[in-house]
Design a binder for this molecule. Structure first.
Ligand code: 6GU
Length: 246
C-alpha cells in the first residue's frame, strides 16, 4: 500500500518511522511519502494561508499550493488514489472505515492547519478521485497531522503480514466476530500473585468453555459501564440465549 502525506509540518509525521508502521515500511509492505506543502509555494515567505472571505477568526489555507501539490502527487502513481482529508467536520473514523481504507492501494492524506483548506480544493479533487473527509472524534485539534498518525496506524495494522499474529485483531474492541460491538475485558499475565492480588480463578481452570463465557461476561459488563450506547445497538442474536431477557 502506498501512503502520501502533504503537510506544512513534515517532522510531525516522524513517528511513521517507528514501531509497527516503521517496520511495515522497512519490510516494503508500506510505501510512505511525506511532502512539505511549502515546496509548492512561490513567494519569498512560502505563504500557505490567508484571511477568510466573509470575515471571521483565523486563517484559511490557500488553494494554489494544495492544487499544485496534489496534481504532482497524483501524477506520480499508477493506482486509483483515495484522498483522505482530516477535518473535525468530517464523517467519524471508525474501525469499519479503517477496514475499508486498508483495502485501497493508495491513500493521500491532506492534514490542514488553521481553519482548514479553501473549499474549492475539496470540490476540485472530488470530481476526479474518491475524497473522504474524516474526523477522529468529537473534540478539536490544532491540525490534521495527529489524526493522520491515528488513521495510518489503524489501517496499517490491518494489512496482511503487518501484525505478528493474524488472530490478534480478531476479537479487538470494535472488530466483527462473536464479541462484535463489545469492549475488551481485563487481561492478566505472570506472576500469579502480585502485591497480594491474584488471577481470576476461572482463567487457571483450563476449562475453555467457562473461560470464553467469563470473558464475554466481562466484556459485556465493561461495555455497559463505558459505552452504554454500544449495548443499545447490540444485536440480541449475537448474545447466547442465557443473556437474553425472556
Ligand atoms: Cl481530523 N482534525 C482536527 N483539526 N481536529 C479534529 C479532527 C481532525 N478529528 C477530531 N478533531
Amino acid at each position: 500500500m502506498r501512503l502520501d502525506v502533504v503537510t506544512i509540518f513534515p517532522e510531525y509525521l516522524e513517528p511513521l518511522n517507528v514501531s509497527l508502521v516503521g517496520k511495515a515500511r522497512a519490510r516494503g509492505v508500506l510505501d510512505v511519502r511525506v511532502h512539505d506543502l511549502r515546496a509548492w509555494t512561490h513567494d519569498r515567505h512560502n505563504t500557505v494561508d490567508d484571511t477568510p472571505y466573509g470575515g471571521g477568526p483565523g486563517m484559511v489555507m490557500k488553494p494554489e499550493p494544495w492544487g499544485e501539490a496534489l496534481d504532482e502527487v497524483l501524477r506520480s502513481g499508477q493506482d486509483e488514489p483515495v484522498i483522505v482529508v482530516p477535518t473535525p467536520s468530517g464523517r467519524p473514523f471508525t474501525q469499519e472505515l479503517a477496514v475499508e481504507l486498508a483495502a485501497k492501494p493508495w491513500l493521500v492524506f491532506t492534514p490542514a492547519r488553521y481553519e482548514g483548506i479553501d473549499r474549492r480544493v475539496i470540490e476540485e479533487y472530488a470530481e476526479r478521485v474518491e475524497v473522504r473527509e474524516v474526523s477522529i472524534g468529537d473534540y478539536v485539534l490544532a491540525g490534521g497531522e495527529a489524526p493522520v498518525l491515528v488513521m495510518v496506524e489503524a489501517v496499517a495494522r490491518l494489512l496482511p503480514g503487518v501484525l505478528g499474529n493474524a488472530e490478534s485483531h480478531r476479537d479487538d474492541s470494535f472488530a466483527a466476530g462473536a464479541m462484535a460491538d463489545l469492549l475488551e475485558g481485563p487481561v492478566y499475565t505472570k506472576p500469579p500473585e502480585w502485591r497480594e492480588r491474584g488471577i481470576p480463578e476461572v482463567l487457571l481452570s483450563g476449562h475453555h468453555g467457562k473461560i470464553a463465557r467469563w470473558r464475554r461476561d466481562q466484556a459485556l459488563a465493561r461495555t455497559a459501564v463505558h459505552r452504554p450506547d454500544l449495548i443499545a445497538r447490540c444485536d440480541p442474536a449475537s448474545l447466547d440465549k442465557h443473556d437474553r431477557a425472556t
